[in-house]
Design a protein around this ligand. Structure first.
Ligand code: NAD
Length: 499
């Protein structure tokens, strides 16, 4: 059985804690590897190596830091097929989607390559008599990145790209469900010329996360995962005096106004609801047709579209989506379908009990569609994170707007309409971090930034873009005055200087 340890100080090391977790092949249901779960002392060793590497890296000029990231980007591109293969085999998403996972991460690496420009400081000449002021952004030191299973390439790169470019060292604690891609990315970083110890991958579970939260040398924690754990990490990090940005779960609504291009809306919702088996924080698991007859027009096109969905293994080039990540996750999603039925939603398409011929042990699920879901249902209030689409009908624009606004999550939302005025008003009034107008999955490009509102994100600063750069740096403002050797300042030393 393949054993996955950790990547510390530039080399793969075997885990010593004696604790492991199984990694499944979601296509077959078989255990394909075991990953070590780090102990506190293994975490301490990784942090010590990061502290050493960071002290030197912080003195490397920004253009040289940028060159390492350019080389890393080129190397990852060269290994794209291999990475996508590994990613699909542990996660279950189809190969084309795994490539997208890597590419969206590389977009942030590309942005991070602009660090010589982006980390440049501000300078004011003559802020007072003979006095100048400059502000610079310095790295924090060692920072931690704790990532979820559903984007094992993109989210680690969001974090370590920005952190390393700005002069920090990183402890990456990826999901224990699919750690192979993060491990390989760290290896490629060293092959590309990255200093050893600057990017360490420490695999593990709650014990490793708690070791991060308790470690004095870790100055900031960037987390993406489910909301309860995001909140826990945020509170504990803040208590320990660490900077924290903790992104959580989501329940994104797709609002369809009566004048929407229905063919486009159906095509987009189909991909956004069922792509990656619904395991995306920017998926669209709720659709809100607005006004008389809109739901019927939506269903007329959506039902045959669902019927034509192809479910296959993650390596099947004809599949639209593959299996979910684990048997436990499949059981959880099926539990929500059972509950929705009890709550009185109308089950139009039932994805339970689906088996892929020749892969009966795999964690496959058919698509599920519910109609007449209401805002008081638990299955509406909570995140399901599977191939399940819920229709909540709304009579008016105001009723539709109220749904995302009153929901506990506020990650993403999309509106479909031909009316610019309605879209503008919606974007202005909706209480959600990322808004798509006739765009189903509005994950911002790398030079903007990513972040939800409400229980979808704890902390003030978004991921990547200039916000990411600010998260991983602290401002240093210097006020110098150079007098002639015999010159005396006329200021009194007893009052605050005013200019
Ligand atoms: P998860 O919360 O189970 O795990 C996330 C990380 O936390 C992992 O590294 C895991 O090892 C660690 N962890 C798990 N249990 C822990 C505990 N008790 N204490 C401390 N750490 C613990 O999330 P997941 O299932 O891997 O990912 C899916 C979730 O992530 C969904 O809720 C999804 O919406 C969310 N997500 C959010 C975003 C976003 O940007 N808002 C992006 C992707 C995924």
């Amino acid at each position: 059985m393949k054993q996955i340890g950790h990547f510390i100080d530039g080399v793969n090391v075997t885990g010593t804690s004696g604790r492991t977790a199984d990694i499944f092949n979601p296509n077959t249901g078989e255990v394909q590897a075991q990953v070590s779960l780090a102990s506190v002392s293994e975490m301490d060793g990784a942090v010590a190596s990061a502290v050493k590497a960071q002290a030197e890296w912080a003195r490397v000029n920004p253009q040289k830091r940028s060159r390492v990231l350019f080389a890393f980007k080129a190397l990852v591109e060269k290994h794209m097929d291999e990475l996508a293969q590994v990613l699909s085999s542990e996660h279950g998403k189809i190969l084309a989607d795994s490539r997208g996972d890597v590419i969206r991460g590389l977009d942030v690496i590309e942005f991070a390559c602009g660090v010589p420009q982006n980390q440049k400081g501000d300078f004011t000449m003559g802020a007072g008599p003979g006095i100048d002021v400059y502000s610079i952004r310095k790295p924090l030191g060692v920072v931690a990145a704790i990532t979820p299973f559903n984007f094992p390439a993109m989210i680690p790169m969001w974090m370590f790209g920005m952190a390393i470019s700005t002069g920090n060292a990183v402890i990456l604690k990826p999901s224990e469900k699919d750690p192979s891609v993060p491990m390989r990315l760290a290896e490629l970083f060293v092959i590309a010329g990255g200093p050893k110890g600057l990017l360490n991958v420490v695999n593990g579970d709650k014990e490793a996360v708690d070791a991060i939260l308790a470690h004095d040398d870790i100055k900031a924690v960037s987390f993406v995962g489910s909301s309860d754990i995001a909140h826990y990490v945020y509170i504990e990090a803040a208590k320990a005096g660490k900077r924290a940005q903790c992104m959580g779960g989501a329940k994104n609504h797709g609002i369809i106004l009566p004048d929407a291009n229905m063919d486009q809306a159906v095509q987009d919702v189909l991909g956004a609801a069922f792509g990656s088996a619904g395991e995306r924080c920017m998926a669209l698991p709720v659709v809100v047709p607005v006004g008389e007859g809109t739901a019927e027009r939506f269903l007329e096109k959506m039902l045959p579209a669902i019927d034509s969905l192809r479910i296959g293994t993650s390596t099947d080039p004809d599949a639209d989506y593959g299996p979910v990540v684990t048997a436990a996750h499949k059981a959880r999603v099926e539990g929500y379908i059972d509950l929705a039925l009890k709550e009185g939603a109308d089950l139009l398409v039932d994805g339970r009990g689906f088996e892929l011929q020749g892969h009966e042990g795999g964690f496959f699920m058919g698509p599920t569609l519910f109609d007449n879901v209401t805002a008081d249902m638990t299955t509406y209030k909570e995140e399901i994170f599977g191939p399940v689409l819920q229709i909540v009908r709304a009579a008016t624009f105001e009723q539709a707007l109220k749904l995302p606004n009153e929901h506990q999550y506020g990650n993403g939302v999309a509106i479909y309409t031909a009316n610019g005025r309605a879209a503008r008003e919606f974007a202005d009034r909706v209480e959600v971090g990322m808004v798509g107008i006739n765009v189903p999955i509005p994950v911002p490009v790398s030079y903007h930034s990513f972040g939800g509102w409400k229980r979808s994100a704890f902390g003030d600063i978004n991921q990547y873009g200039m916000e990411g750069l600010r998260f991983y740096t602290k401002t240093n403002t210097v006020t110098p005055r150079w007098l002639e050797s015999d010159e005396l300042s006329e200021d009194s030393a007893f009052v605050i200087p005013t200019f």
